[in-house]
Write a protein that binds this ligand. Sequence first.
Ligand SMILES: [Zn+2]
Length: 479
Amino acid sequence: MAEKKPVLDEDLKNVISLKALVDRGSNKVIFVESDGDFFDVLFSFLTMPMGRIVRLAEDSVPVEIGCLRNLYQSIEKFDVRNFRSNECRDMLLLPCNSADLQCQNLKLKIDDDRPTRYFRCYNGCFLSYYQSVICPSCASTFGWKIPVDNTQVGGVFVKERPRLIITDDLQVISPVSATSICLFSKLGVTDSKTTEELTFNMGIQEALNLLMHSFVSKTPLTEILLKNEPKPSLGDVHSSQGISIDSQMHGDTINEEEKNISLKLVVSKSKKIVCYAEAQEDFVNLLCSFLTLPLGYILEKMRNVSWKGCLDQLYKSVEDLDEKYLKSNFHKELLVNPKLAPGFRYENPLLGIEETSFYYLNEKLTTDKCCIPDNTSAESVKLNVFYPKSHEDSDESAQGFLKGPDTFTVTDNLVVRPLSLILEMSVIQELKVPFTDIEDHIVHMGKREALLLLVASFVGDSALTNTFIRELREPKQEQ
Ligand SMILES: [Zn+2]
């Protein structure tokens, strides 16, 4: 982010101005002040599906987001015959954002490269994200592209013109609570003589950098604004460190329900690590579904987890933000309780995330039920989605993204391949584990393990070990 960089007029629509209070003594950003456009962009991060974020990281700022990059690259390499339909691969590598219709109006669109498109069949029976399919009801093509309104720039999640401030570790503070000297001392400003106000321009690339740095740093604004570091360090992950996950994982009951996914772990007895697992497609479907999840959903599940990023602070701030700053409760829910786009849910309900619904009103597509007039039933204007997973699959009992039955090898850091003895052997060699040190364990997964695995794959590079060995052996705290 170039400081006080002159901008051309035609660039102005793609630039947001920020005022930063900088401590010259420590060379740190104390906080940044800006208007709603900046906070809309920042808050929109919470709505983004992980698959899209990993893809953006691949293309621009290659940060390691736990094991999700390995998972993403593994799915990219799967043979198309492994998937239930051609679209399944696309759904994982380019998942739709359920707040896409809102995000169209962001001032900076960091993920505008392959936008989601919406089609209807000629008789209007179904909506499809893909044009190249035939309507299962009327057999017509999906030739009718639904236009998406992207003309009202601004005021996406945040009400027009509030000035909010945000700290270096992404805590959003309203100016009302900020008008005290206490805040400055709380933020570590001891000497006002060393502080300085600087103005910066943020464009799409800077917004993208901010998102990526926020996964691996507690001071992303300082890094982006002051040091201009080219890339966050790679591979700086806490492989040896277990994850401490709040035993009352948020929104989850720990009651053991039926555990319905089983897998075989190959464990090193002396190192107490999972070398690799052999699993069926149900387990890999669950892993695949992680890429469809919005960032905000994962942050909601990982309260009290220690990790190197600071996006959890952003999540908490939005949750606690006075409602007068957000456009409506619907908009708040899009951020703190984000859903999946219709058609993206993995049928095995271990993660319990819901899908949103599309309504078609006044020739416009919306997901906001409040737009439906009182005299109209939601059902009458709801647009059913032709579920892309079942495009070419007539098996009604089939679930998930992958065709079964199939067996996969999954490494601790989530490299996934169809059963591969070569991969298994290379892992054993790399870990220098003698065969006498290895034993097999069959483990079963319920809701709790699925959430643990999700969080473990997001924050570190030993997802299987942290899910099945370290964490589960720790005594659970009673509330
Ligand atoms: Zn039709």
